[in-house]
Every structure is written in structure tokens, then in C-alpha cells.
Design a binder for this molecule. Sequence first.
Ligand code: SF4
Ligand code: SF4
Length: 476
Amino acid sequence: MPEIFINGQAIEADANLTVMQVAAAHGHFIPYFCWHPQLSTAGNCRMCLVEVEGRGLDIACNMPVSAGMKVFTESDEVKAHRKAILQFITLNHPVDCGICDKAGECSLQDYHYTYNGAASTSRDEKVQSTKFYNLSNRILLDNERCILCLRCTRFTHEISKSMALGVERRGDVSNIRPVEDRPLSEDPYSDNIIDICPVGALLSRQFLHKSRVWYLKPTPSVCPGCSRGCTINIWHRKPEWFVKSLDQAQNTSIARVTPLENPAVNGPWICNKGRDLAQILERTRAGEPMLKGRPVTVAAAIEEARRLIGAARHPLALVSNWGSNEELDAFKQYLGEVFHSFVKTDWQPEQGERIEDDLLIRADKNPNTTKARSLFHAGAPAYNDGTDLVLVWGEGASFASIPAKAKIIFLNSFLAPENGHADVFIPVSTQTERSGHYTNFAGVVSGFEPCFPKQATVTDAEVLFKALAAPARGHP
Ligand code: SF4
Ligand code: SF4
């Protein structure tokens, strides 16, 4: 391993790494815009210039290490050039941070204050360009804010492979534009370019002007959209910024979803379905326990369910593959010997949805089939003439195929016609209201934390299974 020196520190460097990578690994931060660890090196922003003794200035992102090289990341010359580069990059930038969704997490904003801080030296009018160009049905492009780092085009060429973006024209009229016959709308990973854009040029239509990012906090979670189980951050309003007189639902709503980098599962990416989790988790909730459609208290619903379980001779359960590891273990522990249990497929692929690919998306659109199948039967439910009670946990069951004489206990989080038809209906919490873990298709276990409180009439399935077990064990 060649020995190099960064700011005087002797480092045994991996010969396959660049100066940028070695410096980052040893605590010498070098600013950059266009470089990204998962993309090819473009070297166009020039922000990562460092000084090498005897060689002058060069970009660290494309500089291989060589024995004995002496690198300086904070010399006077480096600082002067960084400042000049920031002057150049902001030459035509509108600096409209006050209305930009990226404000608060923008590299250009941060670098300006860290490495420049001076007003523009230009006396020329800024070159104007397209504001709010429709890049796709999900993404707007502000060409005036774009610094042409080409991260977005490289993402579509190298990661999602949609080849949907390119650069049109040259010089100060260069623009990122969609490639005509390759619509970005058909790229199921398109929203990753919003995250990796170092400035506020790429804007999520979903999140547009919805919130300043400093009003929000991220809660680590797992996307339940397929058996990949991507690690994500669910962003929601900080309690100290709760709105009181506006729409209070904002306090308990998902504001946005972003990837939480996890090399073992999804790297730094997620697909657009993960971004749209609110469409799944914020459907109209079921809040009232019911007996044959008649609202009752939670205690009354549990009592009736216990009675039905105690009276049943051949009870069968359809177990949710959206249940957490903890819930599935609880079902096994408390009710596993009572019910003949089968894993139900809660969600099927939807029309137009990408079924599977080589990047992240898996054909199984459920988060915890692996764990569920390790505990319960995988095949179709074996109803027979004697089946006198069916416990349905979660969505996706065909009620028409349940024997007509069987009683039904139904546990669901969302409003559905079946809720009122069940002999006992008990609303259960969603993933954003409890903590837990899922086991993905490859056996990797990932955890999620609660974002919002649940209603008093909603029960956690894990708690419920224990409560339902008493009659089954002969202790009503
Ligand atoms: S839109 Fe953003 S990611 Fe794309 S080139 Fe411009 S600054 Fe870079
Ligand atoms: S690949 Fe699957 S788990 Fe990952 S974000 Fe998309 S739907 Fe969610």
C-alpha cells in the first residue's frame, strides 16, 4: 500500500482508491458537487480541487494515489480557488433559497457559507433559464438552479438504466432535458435524482412547497412495498413545529419518504413506490371495533373473539405477511397451537407496476413473507366442512371462499366493506404507529419505529394475540 500524506498526516492508502476516497476515510473532508460514490466520475464541478506538492492543483475525485504524494486540502491556494469556483457556479444561479425546497439541505448553500461567503463579483445580468420545467409527472426542473453536475443524467444511465435524461445545447444555455422517446415518468427509480441533485434544481411535485425541511424529522423505517424491505426515513412534522390552527392532520401525516442508506439491502436508493408510502399507509383508517357491523368497545370485541375461539372446534387462521417479526412470533406463541394457520398474501402487484428487476424491486409485494413462511404453512388455506372459525389478519383475503357457516374474526387497519360483515372486527395499528422488524427475501432483518400515536380504539396485533390466548389456554 502506497504511503501518502494528506495535510501532513501519513496514510497507508489503498492503491485502488482516489485521493478523494482516502481523504474522506481519514477525516479530511473535501467539498464536491458532481462526485457521487455510486456514480462514475465526471470531474466537471471542479469543487474538489486540492494541491499536490510539485504538481499544483488538480481534482481529488479523479486523482489516483501514488507513493509519497503530499496533498493539501486547505492550503491558501485551494481556498482561493474554491472561492472562485463558487463565484463561478453561482454566476447565473438565482439564489432564491427563500422559496427553494432544498434550502436547509443544499450543498451549494452550505459551501457558500463555508468556503465563500462573499457577494457576487459579477456586474452582468444573470442569464435566465426555464423555471419549473415539467421533467415528468413526478419531477419539476428549475434550470436556473441547475449547476450541470450531471449526477441526474449519470443516474439514469448507470443506475436506473432508463437513459431518460441528457444535456441540450452548450455553455451558459446548457439545459438538462428528457430524452424524447425515453420518458422519465416510466423510470420507477426517477425520484432518486431529487435526492442526489446537490442543489434545488430537481423538485418533487409531491413535496413541492409542502414544508421547510427544518420543520420535519426523519424516523427510520422499512418500506413494506416489496420483499426487498428497503431502509427508509419517514419524514414528519417535529412536535415543536406542530400546526395548531391550520390543517392539524399535517401533524400526523407523512411529509416525504427518502432512502436511509443501507449497503446490505438497498444501498442509497429506493424506488418511487417507497416514496409513495402515504398512498398505502394513509388510506382511510378503520377506527371502531364492531360485532357484525355494530360498533362496540375494544374490550367487548376482544371478549367476543375470545368466546368464539374458545367455542371453535376447527379454527383456521390466515396470517398476514405484513405482520412484523414480533407480531408473527406472538401469534405463533399465543395462538399457534389453537389455529391451523396459513400465510396469506396481503398485497398483489398492481396494474402498471414494475414486477421485478435487477436493481431493487421484487415480485413479492409484501415485506415479511420470509418470516411468516418460517412459522406457518405457505400453501392455500385448507378449509373443510368442519371449519367453524376463520381469523383473518390483514388484507388480501377472499371472504367469498371462506365456508359460509364459519364465524369470522377480522383484524384490519383500513376501512373496507368486509369489516362490517365479520362477526368480530378489531382495528389494528399500522407500521407508522408501532415499532417492529421485517425479514426481507434475503433474510436481512430491518427495524422500524413509530412516527405517530394510534387512536385509543386501535390495538397492536402483538398485544391482541396475547389477549385472545386466554380462552385458548383454558383461562377465560
Ligand atoms: S439538475 Fe441537479 S443533478 Fe441534474 S445536473 Fe443539474 S444540478 Fe446536477
Ligand atoms: S424496492 Fe420494494 S422495498 Fe424498496 S422502495 Fe421499492 S417497493 Fe419499497
